[in-house]
Design a protein around this ligand. Structure first.
Ligand SMILES: [Fe+2]
Length: 133
């Protein structure tokens, strides 16, 4: 049980250290078209940062799902939550700098709420509720 967690962490650390070696050589940055094609706009940098944070959330949640000890699972989920905060920080700045993004985000939110409202009304009808608002 514990040895499985140790194995997963060793694998994760080995992978991380390989990534850091690549970053130190700037190979990763050079390979990334968004970062390497300077000058980049701050909006592009923020979008890339959001992508990296989303990827981190996914990684930590997947690792948490594999964690054997509750302490490791809790730690990974806590870190995943922190990454979501980082997404919020980058997104808030992007909303300030890209008015179109802000408008489209609101449009998307409205569409989801509208569709959820339709879905909830349908479920109410399916259940035979009579007091649908
Ligand atoms: Fe982060």
């Amino acid at each position: 049980m514990l040895s499985e967690n140790v194995r997963v962490w060793k694998e994760f650390i080995a992978t991380s250290s390989q990534i850091y070696k690549i970053i130190n050589k700037k190979a990763l940055l050079a390979a990334n078209p968004v970062v390497s094609n300077t000058p980049s706009s701050d909006n592009e940098l923020l979008r890339l940062s959001i992508l990296a944070e989303l990827d981190a959330v996914s990684l930590y949640e997947q690792l948490a799902a594999k964690a054997i000890t509750p302490e490791v699972k809790t730690l990974l989920l806590d870190v995943a939550k922190e990454e979501k905060t980082h997404i919020g920080e980058f997104q808030s700045m992007l909303i300030k700098l890209d008015p179109e993004y802000a408008v489209e985000l609101d449009t998307g939110r409205s569409e989801v709420e509208k569709n959820n409202g339709k879905e909830n009304s349908k479920k109410s009808l399916d259940r035979g509720d009579t007091n649908i608002v």
